[in-house]
Write a new protein. Structure first.
Length: 292
């Protein structure tokens, strides 16, 4: 068990043992009045720990893996006062953000898991049967869509074999709808040649957006891979190349940008029922950018 600030149960137990030892030493051999100070510290520390556990929550570290230059952790976070907010994630130990995040308990479709939340709102009014996800990570998105009765199949391309291992072990339950493929998402037509209702592009090298998503050849592949009335959604994250991405993709699609917490997404979905311009989410129609 680990607290939000990284303090684990072993460290907590060690500190409590040390404080109790000082209390008994002062109480038996030295000044009893000083021992009461240590007893007060123990009491205060226990209250602080209880507050962290109940209000801030805690996480259980399931495994740690080296992926490229970064170390990633798979952890389950629990919020005792509201268990429906608990989730499992793959997250970098060094950087903020996460590669994959899924609800642990059944939240009846009302999970507030950032990226999943905005994808849900964007797609809930669409008629979808076949979906392609480029950049699967822990397959949280694939699992989200596979739960829907209307979905026939979800093809997922993930280039990192360690992510696939983690997805199969900690996130994916047996589901015949999900087809997880090891490969390069930029060359996805080598692995699947289907036509999709929705293509989701979520490809990063750590925090950096894959450069290939700006190539016109890749965009043409995406356009050919969706139905005549099909859609795409691209996660830009914190990308500094947002202008370059928009300028290139505008040559092929009418674009809208969606903001949710720290996620920037572009899409050709104009979602009239989307709850935008709230404190967390915004919707903008992107004007045609003029080349410099």
């Amino acid at each position: 068990m680990w607290l939000e600030n990284g303090l684990n149960s072993k460290q907590i137990f060690t500190r409590l043992c040390l404080l109790f030892s000082l209390f008994f030493i002062f109480n038996l051999y030295l000044d009893q009045r000083v021992s009461l100070i240590f007893l007060g510290v123990v009491f205060s520390y226990c209250i602080w720990i209880a507050y962290q556990l109940l209000v801030k929550g805690f996480f259980i570290l399931l495994t740690t893996k080296k992926i490229g230059r970064a170390t990633y952790q798979v952890r389950s976070r629990f919020f005792p006062l509201n268990l429906s907010k608990s989730y499992r994630e793959i997250a970098s130990a060094q950087l903020s953000g996460f590669a994959s995040r899924s609800a642990i308990f059944n939240s009846q479709g009302k999970n507030d898991l950032f990226f999943l939340e905005i994808i849900r709102d964007l797609t809930q009014s669409l008629s979808l049967k076949k979906i392609l996800i480029l950049g699967g990570a822990g397959c949280s998105l694939a699992s989200f869509f596979a739960k829907q009765k209307s979905i026939q199949n979800v093809d997922v391309i993930e280039y990192n074999p360690i992510m696939i291992e983690l997805a199969n072990k900690y996130f994916l339950k047996k589901n015949e709808k999900i087809n997880l493929i090891h490969g390069n998402g930029l060359n996805y037509t080598k692995y699947c040649a289907d036509i999709y209702d929705l293509v989701i592009i979520d490809m990063f090298d750590g925090p950096i957006l894959k450069k290939g998503v700006i190539n016109e050849s890749f965009i043409r592949k995406v356009k050919k891979s969706i139905t005549e009335s099909g859609f795409f959604i691209m996660n830009l994250g914190y990308s500094k190349e947002i202008n370059s991405v928009i300028k290139t993709w505008q040559n092929f699609f009418s674009l809208y940008i969606y903001l949710s917490h720290s996620n920037f997404l572009i899409s050709n979905i104009k979602c009239g029922s989307f709850k935008f311009n709230s404190s967390h989410r915004f919707l903008f129609e992107i004007p045609q950018l003029i080349e410099d």
